[in-house]
Design a binder for this molecule. Sequence first.
Ligand code: UD1
Length: 356
Amino acid sequence: MRIVYVLGTRPNFVKTAPVIGALRARLPEGRHAIVHTGQHYDRLMSEIFLEELGVPAPDHMLEVGSGSHAQQTARVMERLEPVLEEEQPDLVMVPGDVNSTMAAALTAAKMQIPVAHIESGLRSFDRTMPEELNRIVTDQLSSQLFIHSPEANDNLHAEGVPAERIHLVGNTMIDTLAALEDRFRAAGAATRLGVEPDSYALVTLHRPALVDGPLLPKTIERLAALASEMPVVFPVHPRTRSMMEAVESQHPGLLLCDPLGYLDFLSLLADANAVLTDSGGIQEETTYLGIPCFTLRDNTERPITITAGTNTLIGLDPAAISQIPAALAQRPANPPDPPPLWDGHASERIAEVVVG
Ligand code: UD1
């Protein structure tokens, strides 16, 4: 069997690494070709992740880089087509919801190569989010849809996806997290950054709705106010960094740093008192780790992190940040158990389905 895995961004690496490992173990004689689209390309956004996750060096680098949505999507399609012609895969595996995901699914489907989608079926029902469009298109084009929560099944069913294509396997991002647990628990990132474990808020922001407009300086202002109550650690995504520079935002009291490798990031996450984020994956990681998470968005495609986890949707209005200390004081002492099948073995279940 010949499988091509197409990866482009930081969260793609985390979601796919254990699936590549599980399929290589099940099909040692198979061809497992890794394509890196280059949507993320800085060392701290890409290489360090591949190293820490033990992903083999990519077989094909497409080097699409940054650009508008159409440019990025078109470049992936143009450059992936000859790779698929050369590799002649039986299956193209794509994770998540980024531009690289959708572009790869479309390229493969047009070449009549079956597509498998990891983390299928999530919906925010907000089509202003580029990821929502990527999810809808990718799911429509996929022949194997791997889901990690029951609502994904409902969403796909409502869009007419035949039940036999849908496989509830669990969460591959949690596979990676569980596999790295000993290493990140020993990483001591908080101490290296000069903050006490269990004392600080960890912040990540990168979505256009929050960082590309007037909400960013207002959010930074509220975070600075929060910093007078607890240390606020903020590893800054390159997109956010350039927007902060553009508006010359002041950030008194915030502990800003460059993007972190995955082990250091998980170490900071596991030792945080609270997490403020607009990321999708972090809503899931905090659910697994039992860390209070406050999501700065109006919606989430991951409602299970609210109903069965530790996530609270506080909306886009930065004023809500001031309510976090009071909300933390009212948190139950014992967080809930992670959702079913978020158990470190989702990738093995995917391999089982693929091998058949
Ligand atoms: C992308 C995904 C988003 C995902 C996020 C994870 C899409 C539409 N968006 O957002 O869903 O949550 O990745 O991090 O696919 N940049 C660098 N170095 C890099 C990568 C990006 O400096 O290695 C800067 C560039 O200025 C670039 C900007 O970040 O223009 C945005 O990068 P892009 O890949 O377009 O989107 P993200 O915001 O990273």
